[in-house]
Every structure is written in structure tokens, then in C-alpha cells.
Design a protein around this ligand. Structure first.
Ligand code: PLP
Ligand code: COI
Length: 345
């Protein structure tokens, strides 16, 4: 089943964050109360019933994680177990069949190995993005959970999520839009959250902002997160990040908090009032796709207030150090002291 191992004519250092066809995807179906065998497919398409619950009632969850090629030629997958746990929580959150974590590992390792020729080489700055997703597929029209599911994983080589790379960008707040409700699905990685973010996201794109920064949907007083990433700020030797029930618990954020502690910073996970932005020294968006992307300015569109963070337009020192440590662990350039990396051979 292996395809030949040439470098595909790809310009590895200049990839965008987009979809590219690779050789194989892996699939597993849930039927009659149990998960079946993992199947390998070369097709980019799914044959779906028109009454599938994912199409009508949004029974769709997904994940995002990355594989890297180290200097030693080994393949490293970052924090696979955490993504396995999170997609299980997402499944439970919207009443889908949860995939056992061992099955998640089996599928991720298989799809990465099968597509090894698409893992960007060490030094390119790119990585292999792994996109697991699960959908409700049984045909029904009543609003209730499906009885059958499909779990699928595809991969695609990617460059930076923001075209600016590590250069600070502006983000915008649009107070008439929320991506999640106070007790809603924001804490899970549910497709509908992203549908809810598209209108504000388009306004941001048209306005030249890299992303929307959402406020807490209940009081509009505290910072929640960005459309595709969590938020953190640096102030007085502290790493400060929002605690909120309506944001996605980011695995990158969790990792950066640990790296910050290892660097001697104090970590505060608490409600972060928007006004506090007047006093922070650095701010960034963090996530698998975004990594740690510095924020230069936050524009509160409705009030007209601008919080200027990176006055010189350069990434802050602490954000740079956090970014470098994280990348070094992912690539195997620094020891994996917290056991975050799965090496596959
Ligand atoms: N918040 C949202 C809304 C996201 O889509 C993502 C991306 O996955 C994150 C945060 C970051 O999470 P992670 O670091 O686990 O990728
Ligand atoms: C990720 O960082 O993996 C994401 O899912 C963010 C975005 C591409 C939706």
C-alpha cells in the first residue's frame, strides 16, 4: 500500500494552512452499539445518507493535532492522548458515540505512517496537520442522537495558520457576535461553534484583522478566546490566561502554561477583564494551528477603543521564548521532559 517516497515537488517552507490531497485516510464506523475495524481509504469522499444527523442537527466534532519530522528523522506526534481525551469529551457533550482512546491512537499512528511522504522535513517550519472528525450518519428526522457514527482521520501538510507567521497581528472584538453560549458547546470542539464564528470572522478578515477576539457571552466583560485559538497575556512575570466555561480547553495553552512555569513564570488562569489589556506587556493567540501568534493590537470595534500591545510591532521576548521552547519540544530539539511526544517508527 506504500506510495513512493519522493518529496512530491512541494515547496515545504512555503506551505499555507490549507487542504492538500494526501495518499490515505483512515475510517472507523460505529454500528449496533460497537466500533468496527479501522479501514484505510484512498477516497477523499464519503457516501452519506441525506437524512444523516450531521447534516441536519450538527452532530459533528473534530480535532486538530500535528506530526513533525525531527533532525534525527523520527516522526513525533504532539500530545496525542490529550486530543484523544478531548474528542471523547466532545462526543459525550453532544451525545455521540465516544471513540476509545486506544483506537484514536491506532488511527492517528496509522494515517501518519501511511502518509509519511507528506510530513514536511525538519527545518522547513511546516508540519503534518492531522484532522480527526466524527459525524452522526444514521438517517433520521427526529431531533435525537444518531445510532450510527463515522470516525475519520485525514492529514495534510501545513505552514503557518496566519500568513504573517510569527509577526504580531491585530485582532477585533465585535460585540454583537458570540461564538458560544454561557452553558453551550464552546467547551467542546463542535463544528457548529465554527459556523457561529464565520460572520464575525469575515468582518475581521475584511477589516485586516487576523481573528476575532470574543468576550464572555454572559457579561461581555471578560476575555474569552479567539475564533481559532485561546488567548494569553504576559504581565509582571506572569502568564495570564482566561478561565471560562465557554472556551475550548486548548492543549497548546496547557502546554505553554507548563513551559511558562518551567521558565520561572507564575501562571494565572482566571477571568481576565478586557480593560486589563491596558496593562499587559505581551499578548498572543495560541493553538495547534496558531502555535503562539503574537497580538499587536486589540480593537474593540463597537466602542472604538484600541488596546495597543506591541508598540514596536515586534513579538515580545517572553512570547518568543515560549514559542521557541514549544517548537523545540515538538521537533525533538529539546528533551521531552513532560512526556508530551509520541515517537512512531
Ligand atoms: N480555541 C479554539 C476555538 C480552537 O479552535 C482551537 C484549536 O484547536 C484552540 C482554542 C486551541 O486548541 P489546541 O491548542 O488544543 O489546538
Ligand atoms: C486547530 O488549531 O487545530 C484548530 O482546529 C483551529 C482551526 C483550524 C479551526
Amino acid at each position: 500500500m506504500e506510495k513512493n517516497n519522493e518529496n512530491n515537488g512541494l515547496d515545504w517552507s512555503n506551505l499555507s494552512f490549507g487542504y492538500m490531497k494526501t495518499d490515505f485516510n483512515v475510517r472507523c464506523a460505529y454500528k449496533d452499539g460497537k466500533w468496527g475495524e479501522v479501514e484505510v481509504s484512498e477516497s477523499e469522499y464519503i457516501n452519506l445518507h441525506m437524512a444523516a444527523t450531521c447534516l441536519h442537527y450538527g452532530q459533528e466534532i473534530f480535532e486538530g493535532l500535528k506530526a513533525f519530522k525531527g533532525k534525527d528523522g523520527k516522526i513525533r506526534i504532539f500530545r496525542l492522548e490529550e486530543n484523544a481525551k478531548r474528542i471523547r469529551r466532545s462526543a459525550e457533550g453532544i451525545k455521540m458515540a465516544p471513540l476509545p482512546e486506544e483506537k484514536f491512537r491506532e488511527m492517528v499512528e496509522k494515517v501518519v505512517k501511511l502518509n509519511e511522504r507528506f510530513i514536511p522535513p525538519y527545518g522547513s517550519g511546516s508540519s503534518l496537520y492531522i484532522r480527526p472528525l466524527e459525524i452522526g450518519i444514521s438517517a433520521q428526522v427526529g431531533v435525537k442522537p444518531a445510532s450510527e457514527y463515522l470516525f475519520l482521520i485525514f492529514v495534510t501538510p501545513v505552514g503557518p495558520y496566519f500568513k504573517e507567521g510569527f509577526k504580531p497581528t491585530k485582532v477585533a472584538i465585535y460585540r454583537e457576535f458570540d461564538r458560544a453560549a454561557p452553558c453551550g458547546t464552546g467547551r467542546w470542539k463542535v463544528g457548529g461553534n465554527y459556523a457561529a464564528s464565520l460572520a464575525a470572522g469575515e468582518l475581521a478578515r475584511q477589516g485586516g484583522y487576523s481573528a476575532v477576539l470574543y468576550l464572555d457571552p454572559k457579561e461581555k466583560k471578560y476575555i474569552d478566546e479567539c475564533g481559532p485559538a485561546n488567548f494569553f497575556a504576559i504581565k509582571d512575570g506572569k502568564y495570564i490566561t482566561p478561565k471560562s466555561g465557554s472556551i475550548l480547553p486548548s492543549i497548546t495553552n496547557m502546554s505553554l502554561q507548563q513551559i511558562a512555569k518551567d521558565m520561572g513564570l507564575e501562571v494565572e488562569c482566571r477571568p481576565v477583564p478586557l480593560e486589563e489589556l491596558d496593562t499587559v506587556e505581551e499578548a498572543a493567540e495560541c493553538g495547534t494551528a496558531a502555535v503562539a501568534a503574537p497580538i499587536s493590537e486589540v480593537h474593540d470595534i463597537d466602542t472604538g477603543k484600541k488596546y495597543v500591545i506591541a508598540k514596536d510591532g515586534q513579538p515580545g521576548l517572553v512570547t518568543t521564548q515560549l514559542y521557541n521552547h514549544l517548537r523545540a519540544i515538538q521537533l525533538g530539539d529539546e528533551p521531552d521532559v513532560h512526556n508530551w511526544v509520541s515517537i512512531i517508527d
